[in-house]
Every structure is written in structure tokens, then in C-alpha cells.
Design a protein around this ligand. Sequence first.
Ligand SMILES: NC(=O)C1=CN([C@@H]2O[C@H](COP(=O)(O)OP(=O)(O)OC[C@H]3O[C@@H](n4cnc5c(N)ncnc54)[C@H](O)[C@@H]3O)[C@@H](O)[C@H]2O)C=CC1
Ligand SMILES: O=C(O)[C@@H]1CCC=N1
Length: 312
Amino acid sequence: MMALAHFRRNLINSVNFFINKGVKLSTKQPSSKLVEKIGFIGDGNMAKAICFSLEKHNIVDFSQVYVSSPYKANLNIWKEKGANISTNNADVAKNADVIFLAVKPHFLQNALDGILMDKSANEVKDKLFISILAGYTLEDLEGFLTPFKNSRIIRVMPNTPVLIGEGCTVYCPGTNVTKKDLDIVKTMMEVSGLCYEVEERFIDPIAAVCASGPAYVYLFIEALSDGGVRMGLHREMATELAAQTVIGAGKMVLSTNKHMGILKDEVCSAGGTTIAGIHALERGGVRGSVIDAVEAATKRATELRRIKKDST
Ligand SMILES: NC(=O)C1=CN([C@@H]2O[C@H](COP(=O)(O)OP(=O)(O)OC[C@H]3O[C@@H](n4cnc5c(N)ncnc54)[C@H](O)[C@@H]3O)[C@@H](O)[C@H]2O)C=CC1
Ligand SMILES: O=C(O)[C@@H]1CCC=N1
């Protein structure tokens, strides 16, 4: 219990760091029947992670979920769970009150054009849209959504661990977003991990750290496991130990509030095994590579936006 209290206290300290930097924090308070009908335009990995988490936390029942994608085969998993599926995005846009835009950035124009070509497009008004797309700014998105009268948009950047309640999500409201709209997004996303409101200028770098981050960490876990196998461990054991080591190290950073360098030094005995491993990592340029990765992913968000603009 004491350890838990200590963990919480230090987590609050970490979060205060963000608040001091102008980042607003939400606390977890699940509620039911938050929205009547929730929609997903795009039915892929991130839509599933968000929706399955919402269902698990009793925020929505699948009967309240409307989801669309051009490929019926991909929608079957949603149908089996009881969601309302369609290959016509207009069905989701008309029926749902809160609509996640969950397609890849280069498919957004096509997805919205499909709605506008539908004869019932004029029914799509007074909607709250939630964009999880990398790259597109609120200004871009509000431009796209102009035809849907009185629509509001919130830009949200989640990551796939929301599926298991260990996500990081940030969000930023567009013009005319109401307090109720923000409460909806906060309540939906904070059940699945950390959730902050941020200034929009932080979203691309945060996406590069948190939304892309799981992929970097999987790479590291795989490599750590490979190293174990190279040294004679069975794969299953090596992977389990590598993954738990990453969980443990992450929790140490959050719960002890010690600088990472100090935590690293506590593992490195003088002339011992760990410093030999650290030396090998530093020779391989691990720090520079990770920093380069975050820089490259941040820059790529801007490129994604430009690709769309150049092609219209
Ligand atoms: N995967 C991740 O970890 C994260 C993804 N995102 C963002 O979420 C969005 C979705 O990413 P994922 O779920 O990973 O992609 P995904 O490829 O798994 O899912 C996208 C889905 O959109 C569907 N689709 C394609 N064209 C469509 C159209 N015209 N109308 C409706 N649906 C269409 C596809 O069938 C596909 O299933 C992207 O914009 C990405 O930037 C944001 C944070 C994290
Ligand atoms: O790779 C991507 O573009 C998306 C956005 C952040 C994580 N996945």
C-alpha cells in the first residue's frame, strides 16, 4: 500500500511538471451513457484500440457504435461484436453524434468526399468530430469540415496501448468546441491511460514520442530478446523478461522521480557487466538514434500535411 501511495505521489509530481509547462491534466472518472451514438470513419488498429477500450470501460455498448470502411471483410470483426457497420461513410456521419476520423491522412479527403456525394449529406450537421490523424492541424480539419454546418472538431493524439488501459492521449480543441464536447473527449480517453489537453504546437512532437513511441519500444524489446537468444535463452523466456524489464524501468522513472541517469548509475557496478553493455550501446549511437527518430517523426507529420495540400 505504501508503495502504491508513493507511486501515486510521484506520478502527481511528474504530472505537475506538465501542468507547470502549460499542459492541462485530466483525472480518470469513467461514466456511462456519455454519448448516444459514437462513430468511427476508418476501422483499423487505432479505431479498434479506442472503441474496444470504451466498451470495456462501459462508456459505450457496441450497439451504440457505427463504423465504416470501404472493405466489408475488415468490418466483420465489428459486426460480430454487435456494432453497426457500413461501407458508406455517410451512414456513420448521419447516425453518430460523436465521430472519430480514423483513416490514414492521405485517405481523409476521399472519405469526406464520399459523405458529401451522398444524397443525405445535408443531415450531417451539429456533429462533434474527433480527428486522430497525424499531421493535419485544426485549421486544416476545420477547412475540410466546413460543409457540415455547426460541426466542431477536437484534435486527439492517442497511442495503441489505450487498448489495455496504458495509453497516452493528448488533445486540443478547435473553434466553437463546448465544455460538454471537451468533457466527452476527456471522459472517453482518460479511462485508457494518461490524458492531457495541450497546446496544438505540442501535438506533432508528442505524436513522435508517444504515438510512434510504442513502435520504437517494440524494436528495443525485440532486440533485447534477440540478445538473450543469442546468448542461449529460449525465445519465450527472453521476450517475457525483456518486456517486463521495460515495464519495470518505465515505472521506476515515473514512481521514483529520480533522473534517468541516476537510475542508470544504480544499475552500473564499477567495472561490472552493465557498464560493458552501456559502452556497446553508446558505441552504437543509441541516444542519437532515438533523438533522430523523434525528430524524423515530428518532421514527417508536417510532410504528411504538405503531401495532401500539394495534391489538391
Ligand atoms: N496506429 C497508431 O498507433 C496511431 C495512429 N494514429 C492515426 O490514426 C489513423 C488511423 O491509423 P491506423 O488505425 O493505424 O490505420 P489502419 O490502416 O489500421 O486503419 C485505417 C482504416 O481506414 C480504412 N479506410 C481506408 N480508406 C477509407 C475511407 N475512404 N473511408 C473509411 N475508411 C477507410 C481502412 O480500411 C483501414 O482499416 C491515422 O491517421 C494515424 O495517423 C494516431 C495515433 C497512433
Ligand atoms: O505512423 C503513423 O503515421 C501513425 C501516427 C502516429 C503513430 N502511427
